[in-house]
Design a protein around this ligand. Sequence first.
Ligand SMILES: [Mg+2]
Length: 496
Amino acid sequence: MTPSSSWAVVVPSLGRPSLRVLLESLAVQEHQPSAVVVVDDRRDASTALDVSAYPSARVLRGGGRGPAHARNLGWQALDAEWAVLVDDDVVLPTDWSDRLLADLAAAGPEVGGLQARLEVPLPADRRPTDWERGTAGLERAAWATAEMAYRRAALAAVHGFDERFPRAFREDADLALRVRRAGWQLLRGNRLVVHPVRPSNPWASLRQQRGNADDALMRRLHGPQWHEDAECPPGRLPLHVLTTGAGATALAALLGRRHRLAGLAVAAWLASTLDFAVRRIAPGPRTRDEVLAMLGTSVAIPPTAVLHRLAGAWRHRQAGPWPVPVRAVLFDRDGTLVEDVPYNGDPALVRPVPGAAQAVAALRRAGLRIGVVTNQSAVARGMVTRQQVDEVNARVEDLLGPFDTWQVCPHGPDDGCPCRKPAPGMVAAAAADLGLRPYEVVVVGDIGADVDAAHAAGARAVLVPNERTLAAEVEAAPLRAGTLGEAVELVLGGRR
Ligand SMILES: [Mg+2]
């Protein structure tokens, strides 16, 4: 193992101030990674992410699709043996890289992942709040990706994180289960990272109930015993169901004027709600604000948790294993489906690239939907009319058969529109038009903007380079094919 080339760092970031602290603590390490990829996962990435604390860091755009998608973008962009996943809210002690290298060196070939030990500093002068105790729970969490090194081969074997997990919750436990099932060992290392408690507000615990929808997906994917398999504590959901049931019964009984039943149900609801509140208040600082917040949220959490759980069970009722099958392929038009005639407004000049007809026919035969996502800035530049673009598109359909969706961006590069690739708008709109989620879609294009638009939308992408494709774009693309036919084979092969 050559320490300098065998590990790289991936940081999904929401642009919090803590990113700078992390990058500063990385920059002063004795051993440096071969690459640092920061995935900017802000929904609004109109301003550049500040990575000046680690100037050589490469920034990719995640498009606000959550840490699972962002980390997948990051590790796929690397060629190191190990991808060290680090959240943007941890701090690396000065001896971190020494200990990391020792952990990696001690890992046999059967080890797929190595978790850091986490330390959550709590206030020394008072009892920790509910939120602080919740964060401190990370110290015991199995396979938390706050800092975890995964062998890239292990990530590739299971197709990385399941992007149906939209938030930093359960996506790491799900990955760990699949990596272990694929035959790899996961171990805890000896290195330590510090995870400070983020500022929060009293209602954070209510927002966290959205995680119950992810638990529904875990159960669907891994069975009812998933808590034990993933080493996750079982949680309070059964009690929340009882509390919510008592509350609902009380309301129904009151409306039906069944006073005796209403009295019993109110008593049951009150007892379980108070028990919940007391369990959360007793270990805390018991200030006025904390007690009020705990009382309020203890009333609201049980029904919120149950609703999120039901919504998740419904949403994921048919979820199958990750990766989900590809259901649609969106093609770039110029230089991908047809020969690139710059600013073409003449249908007579449309020439499909070799193999285009067979490629789209193979997709139709396999039952996939197909579409086109095309930048036509010639319209904004006044060089062709929108009608001419439509006539050219009609000619493409004459030659290649019908497409299920057409997305055309008529804007110029300086219009700041959300549709012009590399922005994700057209890919997202095409997926919505086809009734699909972005991760069910693959974009096939000939330049980096096609790949970036796909990734920012949460779709996969295959680059089919031609003589106009920049070498850096070819190098950056996680999936490449020599021809359109090979790209389609890749897509169809990946479905089986
Ligand atoms: Mg093109």
